[in-house]
Structures are given as structure tokens and as C-alpha cells.
Design a protein. Structure first.
Length: 252
């Protein structure tokens, strides 16, 4: 909700001067910023990927206000990045999938289109089927995260051009068919269960620190997107704990 308007689903729970029925739209560009305010100088709080749905609650000038359908993350996106919602049967499985028109579409993007031999025709150009995976095909989240090793850190980012810690974890687990919240504090509050006392971490467990999250690749090492190194990297859990504090580990 916002001070002047709220999703109709909140009627009877929270008061607002006006309620709106969300209009489902899909992102039609490779990615578009989700911002805190209707201003290009406002902080980047997340990104909407090509094909992902956005629930629009208000339109004002060039901006649409609402929430990302996958995780209900609220913010503003440019109206011209949205169009009528489309169903998708595929997802991009590689960090960047080149298109026949010279652009790229990012990992995790839902893809619809017409299959033509070894490629699929989309509004942004043809994409090789080898760069895609069926939309419901589960993946190993650690292996997904490892495809992004070395990619730059970007607070609010969710793509191979820049990604933050919780964005990496959310993306990797979404490819495995598991939905997580957008921010690390929300993930820490809702993702799975804490390990029992004395239980060793294992592959795929999530290690939480204040304002940060990483994913264990084995019992000792974690992969994470971190401002400390400026990219997606693998480090011993003990090294990260030494410069922050002891991790709280949860098993999704």
C-alpha cells in the first residue's frame, strides 16, 4: 500500500483512501529498474526481468507503481517497459542469452515465443534453445549461482550485469523452483529452518549475516555477491565470519 492507495486485496485489513485492482503487465525489455520513488535518481531497489509480471496499481506520467508479481516487492517502474501479460514456457538458463537482433536476455527471464528448429522467436529476437530450460525444470541452485561467478556486485541488481547478495540467492533458488523473498532480512525470516545445534552446513544451505546472505557450496565454503570483493565470489565461511559475525545458517 501507499499513503493514498492500496491493493484491493487489503480492503478490510488496512485502511486507504482508495483501493485498486492490480493490472498484470509483463516486462518487455531485457531488464528495467524497480525504484523506491518515481524518479530516475531514486535508489535502485530491485530489477524486473524480461517476461516477469508486474502488478500495476497506479499510473502517473511515465511511471507505474505496483509490485513484482513473483515476490510482491513494491516500487516504481517505467510504463514503457511494460506491456500486456504473456505466458511463458521457458526460462533463460545462462547468464546472458544473445538474441538475433543483437541484444541479450538475462538468466531467469521467462520466455515465450514460437519454436523454429533450434531456436525460439521472441519479440526481442531469436534465442538458441540451448540457452533455455523448460520453465518448471528444477536446477541445482548452487550450480546456478556458480554460473555467475565473477559478475559484478550491484545493490538492487538481479542480472549478470550486476547482482546483489539476496538477488543471487533468490535467482538461484527460483531456477530450482523455490520462491524466496527479495531482501536478505526477509529471506532470513522465511526461508526454511535453522540448523540444529552442532549440525554442519551442507550444499545449498543459506548463511545469513546482518544485511547479507550467501549460499553454502559445501560444509566450509560459500558463494555470495559481495561489496567486499565487488563481485560474485567463493570464500570460506570462516573468513566471512571473521570480518562480520557468526552466521545463522538455514536450510531452505
Amino acid at each position: 500500500m501507499r499513503g493514498d492507495i492500496a491493493d484491493i486485496a487489503l480492503a478490510g485489513t488496512l485502511f486507504a483512501p482508495h483501493y485498486a485492482c492490480p493490472m498484470t503487465r509483463s516486462c518487455v525489455v531485457p531488464s528495467t529498474p524497480v525504484r523506491e520513488r518515481a524518479d530516475d535518481g531514486s535508489p535502485l531497489i530491485s530489477e524486473l526481468l524480461y517476461g516477469e509480471a508486474f502488478e500495476v496499481l497506479d499510473l502517473n506520467g511515465e511511471w507505474a507503481w505496483g509490485y513484482c508479481a513473483a515476490d510482491h516487492y513494491v516500487g516504481y517502474v517505467h510504463q514503457d517497459a511494460l506491456a500486456a501479460a504473456r505466458d511463458a514456457e521457458w526460462r533463460v538458463a545462462v547468464p546472458t542469452a544473445p538474441t538475433s537482433l543483437g541484444g541479450s536476455i538475462f538468466m531467469g527471464s521467462p520466455i515465450d515465443g514460437t519454436v523454429d528448429g533450434d531456436r525460439i522467436e521472441t519479440p526481442l529476437g531469436a534465442i538458441a534453445l540451448s540457452d533455455l530450460t523448460p520453465g518448471q525444470a528444477p536446477a541445482d541452485p548452487v550450480e546456478v549461482a556458480e554460473r555467475l561467478l565473477g559478475r559484478p556486485y550491484l545493490l538492487g541488481g538481479r542480472t549478470a550485469m550486476g547482482i546483489d547478495c539476496s538477488g543471487l540467492v533468490q535467482l538461484a533458488y527460483s531456477m530450482a523452483g523455490i520462491s524466496l523473498q527479495r531482501d536478505s532480512d526477509l529471506q532470513a525470516a522465511t526461508a526454511g529452518v535453522p540448523l540444529a545445534a552442532g549440525e554442519a552446513p551442507r550444499r545449498g544451505d543459506l548463511a545469513f549475516f546482518p544485511g547479507h546472505v550467501g549460499m553454502m557450496i559445501d560444509g566450509e565454503n560459500m558463494i555470495h555477491a559481495t561489496a567486499h570483493s565487488g563481485n560474485v565470489t567463493i570464500e570460506p565461511l570462516a573468513d566471512v565470519e571473521a570480518r562480520t559475525e557468526t552466521a545463522t545458517v538455514r536450510r531452505p
